[in-house]
Design a protein around this ligand. Sequence first.
Ligand SMILES: [Zn+2]
Ligand SMILES: [Zn+2]
Length: 114
Amino acid sequence: MDKPYRCILCKTPTEPFGHDFVNSEPCCPKCKLSGVNILPLVYIHLYFPDVDGPILGTAGVCYRVACKPKARNPRGVPCSTQAITVTCPECQKTRDYQEAKVSQEDAQNELVLS
Ligand SMILES: [Zn+2]
Ligand SMILES: [Zn+2]
């Protein structure tokens, strides 16, 4: 079965943490290397704040899973509110992800500037 991996050697401006790929072997399709530079990835989904979201988070904030907006019980499914840590390709295609990414990048830039 194909699994998600990340090659930390193949960094590019669009993939600053390394090249993510799905393969049956932990072998990078770009540099053709395998070994300690290949990290197995777990798909992490995006929790997006949504007042009508089906998942009740802390402090009364509700969320939805970006790629499965109707999912009520994401237990056992790793999720994050930080777009940068999201590895689920379906979540990454959503508008929620784009929004979260842009707003979180802005927040980070402000942090650096201040
Ligand atoms: Zn590589
Ligand atoms: Zn997802």
